[in-house]
Design a protein around this ligand. Structure first.
Ligand SMILES: NC(=O)c1ccc[n+]([C@@H]2O[C@H](COP(=O)([O-])OP(=O)(O)OC[C@H]3O[C@@H](n4cnc5c(N)ncnc54)[C@H](O)[C@@H]3O)[C@@H](O)[C@H]2O)c1
Length: 357
């Protein structure tokens, strides 16, 4: 087990890196009353863990379809469940599931009796490296994603490798794109390490995964802490994202994995960095090969140059020029203002022509 404490805005968030699910149970206090908001599917796949929670006396509120039910109705059912079971402000809520559940749980915790303590047990890789870190909570409102929410940090996040075992390959890779992104904006060594350990990563080796996740969270935490209001370095976390938002917009009727769009977006940003003469051929090759070691399935992603370009242009952040995060070298991101629409459009067209899904 490994603990890391980093200072968040208003409280300290303890991150515990654990190999086995039973270690999570051992860390729960016998003197606290817990209510777990859980993804029913994940709970079913981890029956032993469910039994241990029940033995510990935890109340469990199960959610069948996490993303579909990340809404006001489920929010109010969870509140009613907690009230009926006598949860008060000295008790503790736990979120167990992917990002949809950790977002919902954070929002319930932030508002139940004006805010109670809560822990997160993220079970998808995306939730472990991203959604459960940073204190953003929320639910969807109608068709608008995360329209209602708050900033409210958990007291503790248990990152446990055991849960990744049941995650399917593409869900796993969806979360892994965040790890790859953090490595590309940080250092060449970090990218080389991912490439070197790709087999262990794909086999979800616990030590390798915990090391990757810890490094990734540390990179994000450092960047966010040094630029909370996104005036400078925090923008680098958008590496690949301007292109990715264009791709997601083209595919809005047929939702695709965000992480997969980010991977294509990063491939575009890498190639554009090279074509503009910033990134050297060997570094470009290293980054591209690193991604190539992972079996991303892009087959259902539609790519249309014209539409991607239009969506990028209509992004409210791109008023005069299109702002792209590019790389001078792996680990050296910078903001490039592209004023020539024609040049960028031609690049996107050529990229798509050469791209094999
Ligand atoms: N708060 C933030 O900063 C933040 C950041 C990024 C994303 N998000 C939110 O996170 C959500 C996306 O996260 P997600 O991809 O984890 O979504 P999710 O919670 O819907 O989980 C995706 C799928 O994986 C399944 N799953 C989760 N863990 C599993 C496991 N261990 N084994 C098998 N199946 C498992 C779930 O049942 C679900 O079907 C979105 O709602 C998004 O808005 C929040």
């Amino acid at each position: 087990m490994k603990d890391l404490i980093f200072k968040a805005e208003e409280i300290s968030v303890k991150l515990s890196y654990l190999k086995g699910a039973s270690e999570v149970i051992d860390l729960l206090s016998d003197n606290l009353k817990y209510c777990v908001i859980a993804d029913a599917k994940v709970l079913e796949m981890h029956q032993d863990f469910k039994n241990r929670l029940l033995e510990k006396g935890c109340l469990i509120f199960e959610v069948e379809e996490a993303e579909k039910q990340k809404n006001l109705e489920t929010y109010s059912e969870a509140i009613a469940f907690m009230q009926k079971n006598g949860m008060n402000r000295h008790d503790c809520l736990i979120g167990f599931g992917g990002g949809a559940i950790t977002d919902l749980t954070g929002f319930v915790a932030s508002s139940y009796m004006r805010g109670i303590k809560y822990f997160q047990i993220p079970t998808s890789l995306l939730a472990q490296v991203d959604a459960s870190i940073g204190g953003k909570t929320g639910i969807n409102f109608g068709h608008i994603k995360n329209f209602v929410g708050s900033f409210y940090n958990p007291a503790q996040v248990f990152i446990c490798a055991d849960f990744l075992e049941t995650l399917n390959e593409q869900e796993f890779l969806n979360g892994f794109s965040e790890v790859i992104k953090h490595s590309f904006i940080t250092s060449k060594e970090s990218a080389e390490e991912i490439k070197k350990t790709s087999q262990e990563i794909l086999a979800k080796d616990a030590d390798t995964m915990l090391r990757c996740i810890e490094e990734s969270i540390q990179i994000k935490a450092q960047i966010v802490a040094s630029d909370f209001r996104e005036k400078g370095v925090r923008k680098y976390l958008n590496f690949g994202h301007t292109f990715a938002h264009g791709i997601e917009s083209v595919n809005h009727k047929n939702p695709i994995f965000h992480g997969h769009a980010v991977i294509i977006g990063m491939l575009m940003a890498l190639k554009y960095s090279k074509e503009l003469g910033f990134l050297q051929e060997d570094s470009y090759k290293l980054a591209k090969d690193t991604i190539g070691h992972f079996n991303y399935d892009f087959s259902n992603i539609e790519l249309d140059a014209e539409e991607i370009f239009e969506a990028m242009k209509s992004d409210k952040k791109n008023t005069k020029a299109i702002n792209l995060v590019l790389l001078r070298e792996i680990g050296q991101p910078f903001i490039y203002e592209e004023k020539s629409s024609e040049k960028l459009k031609t690049f996107i067209k050529e990229f798509i022509n050469d791209f094999t899904k």
